[in-house]
Design a protein around this ligand. Structure first.
Ligand code: 5BU
Length: 271
């Protein structure tokens, strides 16, 4: 499955967020997602405007923004239209269905109203998909399950990962794929040729191997070519520590990661 082009895979999905993302990647020729983990509205929007031409997806942690307001969402949506990218709120929901439905739709952030894609830990069981799906599916949103993580010592391995894949298989209209470190968990159990899941992978870097808090980095080539993942998620590798942002360096790094990710993908589909 991972040898098919993004464009060919559009038809294998019924979910509109999955279709939109795959079409966009094919059209714009990028599999780069930038994770914009900064805490001020101004830096957040500045970085997104700078990397916008090079990304298929912008990943947010909306709850770390100190001066969040509705205008930030309006501006984010304007940038999404201007540069042609989708929005992924990395919320990592992890509660019972009833609670996550409220967290997804209500409160200050009203995530479901603007995030095309969000994600959830499978730890509560299928009820978390039912809860999020009751809000997101009618809006055409897509959900990723965290079947693996990038950090040292994480518990999302083995049977846990396999169970996450099974939960996704039961809910393919809303669960569009996984946050995972490789395609292996799917290959082993792939059931039929029409099954297609997106694999989005954080922990991607080119100049460092990790940080002091357990993060571990792999290169875009390792992630996309060797491990068959679809989207590379890059944060600090592009904008550093988020202080004193140098826009031209942010743009240079975004183009560098974009090129590395796309070349690895071209080599993969070339087989
Ligand atoms: P970095 O600056 O490239 O290390 O940022 C990585 C981002 O991806 C950050 O927003 C994390 O919350 C996110 N992430 C991760 O690093 N590893 C994981 O397993 C998951 C999410 Br799930």
């Amino acid at each position: 499955m991972s040898r098919l082009s993004y464009g060919h895979r559009v038809e294998l999905h019924s979910n509109s967020a999955a279709k939109a993302l795959l079409s966009l990647m094919e059209r714009k020729k990028t599999n780069l997602c930038v994770s914009v983990d900064v805490t001020s509205k101004a830096s957040f929007l500045t970085i997104i405007d700078a990397v916008g031409p090079d990304v298929c997806l912008v990943k947010t942690h909306i709850d770390i923004i100190e001066d969040f307001d509705q205008d930030l969402i309006t501006k984010l949506q304007e940038l999404s239209a201007k540069h042609d990218f989708l929005i992924f709120e990395d919320r990592k929901f992890a509660d019972i269905g009833n609670t996550v439905a409220l967290q997804y739709s209500q409160g200050v952030h009203k995530i479901a109203s603007w995030a095309h894609i969000t994600n959830a830990h499978p730890v509560p069981g299928p009820g978390i998909i039912a809860g999020l799906g009751s809000v997101g599916h009618p809006l055409g949103r897509g959900l990723l399950l965290l079947s693996e993580m990038s950090t040292k010592g994480n518990l999302a391995t083995g049977l846990y990962t396999e169970s996450a894949v099974e939960m996704a298989r039961q809910n393919r209209d809303f669960v569009i794929g996984f946050i995972a470190m490789s395609r292996d968990s799917l290959h082993q159990k792939e059931k039929d040729d029409s099954e297609d899941f997106l694999i989005l992978t954080p922990g991607v870097g080119l100049d460092t191997y990790g940080d002091t808090m357990g993060q571990q980095y792999k290169t875009p080539y390792e992630v996309v070519f060797n491990r068959g993942c679809d989207v590379i998620i890059v944060g600090r590798g592009i904008y550093g520590d988020g202080k004193n942002i140098d826009i031209s360096s942010v743009q240079t790094q975004a183009k560098r990661f974009r090129q590395e990710g796309w070349n690895a993908y071209l080599k993969r589909i070339d087989g």
